[in-house]
Design a protein around this ligand. Structure first.
Ligand code: ADP
Ligand code: MG
Length: 508
């Protein structure tokens, strides 16, 4: 080999060594980064763990807080609000009734015709509309004028094709799914906004008065028969179909529950007289809190950056408004600590950019290459070209966050069952009796909300947890989806509490 050739050979060898060194260095570097990523994931998994023992603690805490909220005003983070609904639809309701359902992402107007037998809704027309974003933070007048005009158009459209319009005033159930302190069936003041609404002038105001004033302004002849929470509407529809329905749960944009309570157990309202001896209690369980809830740094940040810090803690771990944002926060942290997502995308810093339906789509992506995950990362978060391994990591994050949410919701449901003595542990949740000694009644819980109805994995995790917590008792507990229950139930309650008798003669 000549000198020149030898020099070239040495040069090539040196270059090869240098390249190899860089490759090894990168591998070590990327292994180190993965270690960091794995650590973040493991921390998340650990902080979100919900073994059945912990769920049982949440069940107990829920039942205890329910007692406390019933015992005194302000006695618990659970407001346990009176609804003044002391009877639920039986099936004998007859006639045409309307409802308005305002409470989250969508706003619905409905009209139902009832046939006078259980489960005999002869016709039902529903129109859904997203609430224009600017109206969620505008004035009460703007919001209610929009609602009244939508309702008026709906009424005119629906009635133009049907029989001559009735001589009597139309009756409407108003489903309003925010915390309201009711003083009667038809009156109540807004305590606070949740779920991103913030119309300052409305807090502390009579909600029905605001709606009625807007109905008058729009020239629509309609009487607001009653004001109900969406959970109460859901319970009403559940009961209309199935007499064993005792509670209702909503898991959509927000989350809440109500149930039928004995009037004498509502200690904060001594001497409360109801015709049935019962009253539906709106728990406002989104605000439930317990030290047993598995909380992460992401939850703490989400809460402190929210418009309502220290509020709605349970809701912020469970409901559709928040789950996507928890996942966004985890991805952002990983992106800041490693380069597995490439350069940190500015999109990752935009709150609520990753909405829960997108989280669900990534979680449920069953394509071998996780194409949907890649697409959502690219289109929503502007993160492209990530390896399959990284896409799998994203799916795992979605899984951890969803699984925790669903299992906590299940624990909440069992908390209610425990309070009313339907969890198999003995009447009134006092325990002591052997589960097998207790004769279990069939117990139906009406459930609605997009997170539960449209997200299969969420539903699966919730049912798994119910079975784990309840064991054999789970076979007596039925979760029954009541589609559009919050609105339809509002109309059913309007019928049930109607001021007209069957033939249109005014009773009140
Ligand atoms: P609202 O609570 O506004 O009355 P819904 O009960 O219809 O409305 O729930 C809508 C919410 O449910 C959405 O905000 C979203 O968080 C969640 N959701 C809807 N569809 C899906 C889906 N496919 N996967 C996961 N979450 C969903
Ligand atoms: Mg709703």
């Amino acid at each position: 080999m000549g000198k020149v050739a030898a020099g070239v050979a040495v040069g090539v060898a040196v270059a090869a060594c240098a390249v190899a060194g860089v490759v090894v260095g990168r591998r070590v570097g990327s292994r180190r980064k993965w270690k960091r990523v794995v650590r973040v994931l493991e921390e998340l998994e650990e902080a979100c763990e919900t073994p059945v023992g912990r769920l049982r603690q949440v069940v107990d805490a829920m039942a205890v807080e329910m007692h406390a909220g019933l015992a005194s005003e302000g006695g618990s983070k659970l407001k346990m609000l009176l609804t003044f609904v002391d009877h639920l639809p039986t099936g004998s309701e007859i006639g045409t009734y309307y409802a308005l359902d305002l409470g989250g992402t969508n706003f619905r107007v409905l009209r139902i015709q009832l046939g006078g037998r259980r489960s005999s809704i002869l016709s039902q027309d529903v129109e859904r509309q997203p609430i224009p974003q600017h109206l969620m933070t505008s004035t009460s007048e703007d919001l209610f004028d929009f609602i009244a005009s939508t309702l008026k158009q709906f009424v005119e459209k629906e009635e133009s094709g049907s029989e001559p319009s009735p001589v009597r005033t139309r009756e409407l159930g108003f489903t309003f799914s925010f915390p309201v302190k009711q003083s009667s069936l038809r009156s109540g003041i807004l305590i606070k906004w949740t779920k991103g609404f913030a119309i300052e002038d409305m807090v502390g105001k009579e909600v029905v008065e605001l709606l009625e004033a807007a109905l008058v302004r729009s020239g629509l002849d309609m009487r607001v028969a009653l004001l109900v929470n969406d959970t109460v509407g859901t319970l009403a529809l559940g009961r209309y179909h199935d007499a064993d329905t005792v509670a209702a749960v909503i898991i959509g944009t927000g989350t809440n529950a109500c149930y039928l309570e004995r009037a004498d157990a509502i200690i904060k309202c001594q001497g409360l007289l109801t015709t049935s001896g019962y009253m539906v209690v709106n728990m406002e369980w989104g605000n439930f809190w317990s030290s047993h809830l598995p909380r992460t740094s992401y939850d703490i940040d989400l809460d402190s950056e929210s418009p309502n810090p220290n509020d709605q803690g349970f809701e912020k771990m469970i409901s559709g408004m928040y789950l996507g944002d928890i996942v966004r926060r985890v991805i952002l942290r990983i992106s800041l600590e490693s380069d597995i997502f490439g350069p940190v995308s500015s999109r990752l810093s935009i709150p609520f950019i990753l909405q829960t339906p997108l989280l669900a789509a990534m979680h449920e992506d069953d394509s071998p290459e996780l194409k949907e995950v890649a697409k959502i990362l690219k289109e929503t978060l502007e993160i492209s070209e990530v390896s399959l391994k990284v896409r799998k990591l994203v799916v795992r994050i979605c899984d951890v966050v969803t699984c925790r949410a669903a299992r906590l919701a299940a624990a909440g449901i069992v908390g209610i069952l425990k309070k009313i003595g339907r969890d198999g542990s003995g009447a009134g949740g006092t325990g002591g009796r052997n589960r097998s000694d207790v004769k279990m009644k069939r117990t139906v819980v009406a459930i609605e909300g997009g997170l539960y109805t449209s997200y299969t994995m969420f539903r699966k995790y919730l049912h798994e947890a119910l079975n784990e917590i309840l064991g054999d008792v789970a076979q007596h507990v039925i979760l029954q989806v009541t589609e559009d229950g919050s609105g339809i139930g509002g109309a059913l309650l309007a019928a049930s509490y109607s001021s007209y008798s069957v033939d249109g003669v005014k009773l009140l």
